[in-house]
Design a protein around this ligand. Structure first.
Ligand code: GLU
Length: 469
């Protein structure tokens, strides 16, 4: 039987890093086994669910390359199915109408607290035979009062819950709306889900769901409950640890597969290997190998992995994200072949795509801002305007603007001036980029183009000639 998993987010907020990890594990696990990964939007909470959140989840998954094989399905489309299941349980005597008012339940809780027993509904309406017509009621599931609910969790191992600890779960609220556990069971059954992969915060729901599957006469899926993510200080992952929207990582210049690689290593390992291509992830990942301890989120490691993925990607792979970042700075309509050359020169120099754009921005602006203070002092102020003039003149005389020709010309000028390469290259670099770091000087000149290069050399010459003595 082929494996079917689902990612089932509630659209009450953006897709965050923990949800993305669940989706990734679902998808990778099914990829290796040739199964199906389904997206189900759990929007039964109409008040807290928003269309923006639905869009952000779908967009975030798409950016990460985690588009579902099936779906999105929406729970709000299935209400009739949930209610039908509840009616069936009612008809078969496996569920009952509970007319207890909030006051009487509160009073029950209070007295249980006084007797120091765990507060739970005591099932007093189970045997009720009157059905007061005007009174609101909920539908409760009649939980078996003895025995256990047990399963072999793919991650957590053997788990057993004594039934006597569970109270009679509400299936349908007094306003007629189905509850989470009922909806999940009906959907998991109808969608043929045979492996549920989700956060361990749902472990306490699983015994209830198992009971419902059994009462409805449906096969119980297998379960894998993933350890939650924690921040570096050990507390639950929050905004200040980087638990922001997945799409924020795109804004911050992370590559989707770097984020996937990083999330994969949170809880799963393959020997000592840290870096994985998408293909390797799909071939190697097995949900049964996920560890049980909480995974700690570490931004430095994510940056390191991102730098690696930027270095090893092809320029074509980086192009969409590079363009995206340029676009945000208002730089549009650049020639693709040119951008690919730029990316090739800069991809070994940046840990994020934002950094890549920062470092290459001098190529796209018409005029440079002020020179970087340190670079100016260290390299440009001491340069002789005559040497820059000589270079300007030689470059201006080139017939074509080709990297090799520029390189040749530059070396010739250095030799004529009887200088070391670096003695001329460093001030020229500051003149062209405003900073002390860039790709090789002839590549920099080449990418910057003839007119901007000559203009910036002239600006530097003017600057040096006019500097206060
Ligand atoms: N909708 C639930 C959540 O967002 C997940 C339910 C499940 O995976 O069973 O936490």
């Amino acid at each position: 039987m082929s494996v079917r998993t689902r990612f089932a987010p509630s659209p009450t907020g953006f897709l965050h890093i923990g949800g993305a990890r669940t989706a990734l594990f679902c998808q990778l696990h099914t990829r290796r086994l040739g199964g199906t990964f389904i997206l189900r939007i759990e929007d039964t909470d109409r008040e807290r669910s928003t269309q923006e959140a639905v869009d952000a989840i779908i967009q975030g998954l798409h950016w990460l390359g985690l588009d579902p094989d099936e779906g999105p399905y929406f729970q709000s489309d299935n209400t009739a199915l949930y209610l039908a299941a509840a009616e069936r349980l009612l008809a078969e005597g496996k569920a009952y109408r509970c007319y207890c008012s909030r006051e009487s339940i509160d009073a029950l809780r209070e007295s249980q607290r006084e007797q120091q027993i765990k507060p739970r509904y005591d099932g007093r309406c189970r045997t009720r035979t009157d059905f007061p017509a005007e009174q609101p009621f909920v539908i409760r599931f009649q939980t078996p009062s003895s025995g256990v609910a047990a399963w072999e969790d793919h991650i957590q191992g053997s788990i057993r819950f004594p039934n006597e600890e569970l109270d009679d779960l509400i299936l349908v609220r007094s306003d007629g709306s189905p509850t989470y556990n009922l909806a999940v069971v009906v959907d998991d059954h109808n969608m043929g889900i045979n492996l549920v992969i989700r956060g361990e915060d749902h472990i306490s729901n699983t015994p209830r769901q198992i009971h419902l599957f059994q009462a409805l006469g449906w096969p119980v899926p297998e379960y894998a409950h993933m350890p939650l993510l924690h921040g570096s200080d050990g507390s639950k992952l929050s905004k200040r640890h980087g638990a922001v929207s997945v799409l924020q990582y795109r804004e911050d210049g992370f590559l989707p597969d770097a984020l996937n690689n990083y999330l994969l290593r949170l809880g799963w390992s393959h020997g000592e290997q840290e870096l994985f291509t998408r293909q390797e992830m799909q071939e190697l990942f097995n949900i049964r190998e996920v560890g049980r301890s909480a995974a700690i989120f570490n931004l430095d490691k994510l940056l390191w992995i991102n730098g690696h993925h930027i270095r090893t990607a092809t320029a074509e792979q980086l192009l969409p994200d590079y363009r995206y970042q340029l676009d945000k700075r208002g730089i549009r309509g650049q020639d693709t072949a040119y951008l690919l050359q730029v990316i090739t020169e800069f991809q070994s120099r940046a840990k994020t795509m934002v950094e890549m754009v920062d470092k290459s921005l001098f190529l796209f602006v018409d005029t440079l801002g002020p020179y970087e203070e340190k670079a100016l002092k260290k390299h440009l102020l001491s340069a002789l305007p005559q040497s820059l003039m000589a270079l300007h003149q030689a470059l201006a005389g080139l017939e074509t603007w080709q990297a090799q020709e520029i390189d040749h010309c530059f070396r010739q000028v250095v030799a004529d001036l009887q200088m070391e390469m670096g003695q001329l290259a460093q001030p020229v670099r500051v003149a062209l980029t405003g900073t002390a770091s860039s790709p090789g000087i002839h590549e920099t000149l080449y990418l910057l183009g003839r007119s901007k290069s000559l203009q910036r050399l002239q600006d530097a010459i003017d600057f040096l000639q006019n500097k206060p003595k």
